[in-house]
Design a protein around this ligand. Sequence first.
Ligand SMILES: Cc1cc2nc3c(=O)[nH]c(=O)nc-3n(C[C@H](O)[C@H](O)[C@H](O)COP(=O)(O)OP(=O)(O)OC[C@H]3O[C@@H](n4cnc5c(N)ncnc54)[C@H](O)[C@@H]3O)c2cc1C
Length: 570
Amino acid sequence: MKTNDNHLSFDVCIIGSGPAGIIVALEYCRLNPYITVLLIEYGKGDQSTESALDSSINLTNIINHHLPQECTNKGLGGTSATWGGRCVMYDDIDFIDRPILNGGCTWDSTLFEEVKSHAPIAAQYFECGKSEFNLSAIPGLQHTTIAEGFKQGIVTDSTIERYSMPTRFGKRYEEDIKAQKNLTLLQGFEARDFSAPDNNNKIESLTIREVATKVEKKIAADTFILAAGAQESTRTLLRNPQLFKNLDSVPQALGKYYQGHLSGKIASVKFYGDPKKTDYSFTREADGAYIRRRFQFSSNFLKDNNLLNTAIWLDNPLYFDPKHRSGPMSFMYMAMITPVLGKKLAPPAIAHSITKGKVIGLSAHVGNIVKGLPNSLIKPATIFYKRYCVKRKLPGIFLYSPKNTYALHFHAEQIPFAGNCMKLGGDGETLTINYSVTDADVSSVIKLHDVLDKWLRDCGCGELEYWFNKNELPAAIKNMTKDGLHQSGTTRISNTADTGVVDKNLKVWGTSNVYVCSSSVFPTSGQANPTFFLGAVAVRLANYLTDIQKIKKIKTNQEHDEAAVLTLQK
Ligand SMILES: Cc1cc2nc3c(=O)[nH]c(=O)nc-3n(C[C@H](O)[C@H](O)[C@H](O)COP(=O)(O)OP(=O)(O)OC[C@H]3O[C@@H](n4cnc5c(N)ncnc54)[C@H](O)[C@@H]3O)c2cc1C
């Protein structure tokens, strides 16, 4: 509903059009066709140019955090423009408090069960097949193992990751957004300032600013949903302390407990059995979706041993080190470090995870390529076709090892640590990000490798070979791990404003009508890449707001009926 050019009025206003904003917008609009919804997006047109949002970020640690322009994208579809499409489910343990989390697990299993019930619809948006994340429930794959001799127990090989196309939400859903009559998309505008809450905690309006001209408009809405990505949702709340004027103070958790994942490789696994029986790569389901298994640890084991949730999967050796002697790997490494070509093949953060930013051993790499001909060229050409020329892309490249030896890649939970935080500068614009990994994070990664090693040996399945001396491992992990892509924790869910920023329904404490739909509300990071779970959270929010809408309608009808009865009685 339009009031005038500089003062617009809608029932619902959603800020940010990444996966979270698009899912909540489309789901809510479909469920409520007569309610008007505005979707505001900062970016417009070319997403590759660095924005003022990126250049106003001050990173205190660039060893462990990617540069701002590598962490998010602006424009319709948000960061799904460059994401890898790995869809992973959170685990039971992520909702169970453990001493190692220092009281940081401020959500609970009831919420997990509720969110999971929305996973099937989320899976449709992500185009990642069914919302099933364990092989035990997938016919035909139930009794398979990762390698000969493996047994299930405190270590499991049956949890899986699924892969999206990867779906670029902007391109994929642009037409659906246009076709939705009650949905208006406004691109090139930045959400800036909310009005202060009235006595009923209601926020009346939001000021938005055109990025190109700095001209401001006011948006009035009954409900506001902040879905601007973790970093920008947090920055917007930090810039608007008046939102909390009806509380004693701004929630202490706002901007704190910033988490990502520890990620890297410190060991290889040598399996003892038949190399041909090792499940080292992807499986394709009947609907075409790619899935892949990984090692994880049982919730009870993690809880009893006070450890952090961690996934470990089979990987290739380090690309940059020519000692792998693989012609195809050397060819792909050389392509990735070639200046213009490398940028076209993968977004910077993903390219870095392959090359580690190193340009070394070039003549040895050329030697590998020559020795491996013609496979050094045929294999990359096949992979190139599958990764870039078909609709459902091959999600990654995992090469067979005739020696049955694979590098192991860990992806681990971080403790919610108050020192990892986002702070707004005095100019109201600069966001300083403090991010590092703690000794507890690192020590859990090492312990779980030891657990996996012992488990594989006990099964007679295999053993780990560490790449570093034991005493070098902590420093090695601290130097190799780098995130900033899986941002969470900074507006966390909790039952009180003393320990969190939003309630379990994502409503900002101190307000009656502002919600945050972002992985910033996740108090714990688990082992899971956050976006799939966020999609399910977005579907849940759309349903929750629909229920509220229904209750409002019933109340209004009752009030009308009561008024009509009173009039008749008069
Ligand atoms: C290289 C890379 C690989 C990744 N791979 C994976 C993966 O494999 N699996 C996975 O789960 N996750 C992955 N991620 C993370 C994933 O992309 C994010 O979790 C996801 O995009 C978050 O969705 P979102 O909608 O919350 O935010 P975003 O996708 O960041 O979208 C937020 C949108 O809000 C807009 N916005 C910001 N501020 C404002 C404002 N003030 N006013 C108006 N609009 C605003 C932005 O322009 C943006 O378009 C990856 C990320 C990167 C960078």
